[in-house]
Design a protein around this ligand. Structure first.
Ligand SMILES: *[C@@H]1O[C@H](CO)[C@@H](O)[C@H](O)[C@H]1NC(C)=O
Ligand SMILES: *[C@@H]1O[C@H](CO)[C@@H](O)[C@H](O)[C@H]1NC(C)=O
Ligand SMILES: *[C@@H]1O[C@H](CO)[C@@H](O)[C@H](O)[C@H]1NC(C)=O
Length: 486
């Protein structure tokens, strides 16, 4: 049996904006990827830049508004651009580039295609440039573009799923130094890139989180999406509620496991009230485990998943980790052979699911490992991320029997930051032209990193990129946000 393939793209985003500085540090406008300029209204904080080849060494930029503390590097890739100047009506609307990207994936014979993070609160972004759905920004233009986005995803029969997120305390300082969270527990990182969050009141849990997810789900439904996936993993706000490390509440949303999980079940119920049709899928991305003391344990995750099954969630995508501790690599030989990073955890959770479909994402590269995971009943679908920026139609080639694995690139797989940057560059390449504009070739302009020489060139481009960014910041010019490669 060949697995259903699910595209999953949460860790990297198509490129978009860069920033202009009026003086040392204040962002005054965002320059779109296509050169158009947009005034930047949320100029709270600004940041230093980190050299990703050498994250210990900070690129020094004088910083006027962050108390000389180290702030946040620019995220290296953005999702969807800010657009034009009319805030908030045009804030975070899909662009032509993103539509072009999904035009390519829309011809890859995926079973289900997910948008990456679409944020439900424009002040609690995961990165500048995220796509947004929020009631204050509702407009016919936004609806038309999200509708087109769904259509691009569905072209060859894939389901289109909107991945809905709210970053909470994982909102970078420069977006919002006081984001929401379950409790006021700050995310501490060495570069101090996150501010101290404000604990939501019981009332605000409803108005600022639940209602916003429900609005975005209904909006997605009305734009033709086949479902939504609530992002309850990786340390975003829903996992800030479920994890005892970040939830110290004493109301009905804190304390027991049942209470910590309540917000997710309430969002489910409220969406189902608005959209009773079971044709519209409601899924959840959740952590199988958090790799830190006091974090969600495997046992907790299992209990929570039992509740999702009982409530009626259509699917659950298992992942793991938070921004404090990611484990997207193979620390153990046993998982290396099986390719899936979280297979062993998934297997232990698996028995609680009967009607809820289980997906597993992260690490799969060969058809053998994919089929093995399905045959072992570890998962009912395979999520693909980085491999499909190199080959947007990988599932099609697998299903046609043309290939037995993803293309093996020549990057050192332990250099995750670099492989993500490379994937971002490939997404930028995909976004340059529509499929028709590319003469029907989904591979149009995409760099083939199985060529070692090209990898060397990319290494060079990366160094050059870092240098340019540093110079641009120091000189107050507009730095680039991604490597436009070849
Ligand atoms: C930098 O820009 C900020 C905001 O526009 C302004 O308040 C500040 O005075 C400027 N500093 C200098 C040195 O121009
Ligand atoms: C897969 O696992 C689930 C949960 O334990 C079980 O209900 C189902 O029967 C299994 N399917 C197969 C084909 O073994
Ligand atoms: C980044 O760090 C690497 C490794 O130390 C160094 O070779 C490179 O010059 C640095 N780049 C910048 C822009 O500082």
């Amino acid at each position: 049996m060949l697995p259903t393939l699910v595209v999953f793209l949460s860790f990297f985003y198509p490129p978009s904006d860069s920033f202009k500085y009026s003086n040392d540090s204040t962002v005054t406008e965002i320059v779109r990827y296509d050169g158009r300029k947009i005034p930047f209204q949320n100029q709270q904080q600004i940041f230093h830049y980190v050299n990703i080849s050498n994250p210990e060494v900070e690129v020094k930029v004088k910083c006027a508004h962050c108390n000389a503390e180290r702030c946040r590097p620019l995220p290296f890739c953005y999702s969807i651009q800010y657009s034009d100047d009319e805030y908030p009506k045009k804030h975070g609307i899909p662009t032509e580039n993103i539509l072009n990207v999904y035009d390519k994936w829309g011809h890859g014979q995926y079973g289900m295609t997910l948008t990456a993070n679409v944020l439900v609160d424009p002040t609690n972004l995961e990165a500048i440039g995220n796509a947004n759905i929020f009631k204050e920004g509702d407009s016919s233009e936004r609806r038309a573009l999200f509708t087109q986005w769904a259509q691009k995803m569905k072209q060859d029969g894939s389901l289109a799923i909107g991945q809905l997120s709210h970053a909470g305390r994982q909102t970078p300082r420069y977006v919002n130094p006081t984001p929401w969270s379950a409790s006021d527990i700050q995310l501490k990182t060495s570069d101090n890139q996150y501010g101290k969050p404000i604990a939501l009141t019981t009332e605000q849990v409803k108005t600022e989180v639940i209602d916003r997810f429900v609005f975005a789900a209904k909006f997605s439904f009305e734009c033709g999406f086949d479902g939504v996936e609530l992002h309850g993993a990786h340390g975003y706000i829903l996992s800030q509620f479920t994890s005892p490390t970040t939830n110290k509440r004493t109301d009905k949303y804190g304390g027991s496991l049942e209470n910590r999980n309540r917000i997710i079940l309430e969002i489910y119920d409220e969406i189902r009230k608005e959209i009773p049709s079971k044709e519209f899928l409601i899924g959840l991305k959740t952590n199988s485990v958090e790799f830190q003391s006091e974090g969600t344990t495997l046992e907790d995750a299992k209990e929570m998943c039992r509740a999702y099954e009982e409530r009626g969630f259509d699917f659950v995508e298992l992942s793991g980790g938070t921004a404090e501790k990611f484990l997207f690599n193979h620390e153990r030989e046993s998982t290396k052979k099986r390719e899936a990073f979280f297979a062993e955890f998934a297997e232990q959770i698996r028995p609680v699911f009967k009607n809820t479909v289980v997906y597993l994402t992260g690490g799969f590269r060969t058809v053998g490992a994919m089929v093995d995971a399905i045959e072992r009943n570890t998962t009912q679908g395979i999520g693909l991320g980085r491999p499909v920026t190199a080959e947007p139609d990988l599932p099609k080639k697998i299903l046609n029997g043309e290939v037995r694995s993803a293309v093996k690139d020549e990057f050192n797989q332990n250099e995750m930051g670099k492989t993500i940057m490379a994937s971002c560059s490939q997404i930028e390449q995909m976004g340059r032209k529509s499929l028709e504009g590319a003469g029907g070739n989904v591979m149009d302009q995409i760099s083939d990193f199985s060529d070692g020489k090209l990898v060397e060139q990319f290494d060079g481009a990366l160094l050059e990129f870092m240098k340019e960014v540093k110079e641009a910041l120091i000189e107050g010019r507009i730095p680039k946000s991604i490597i436009v490669f070849n």
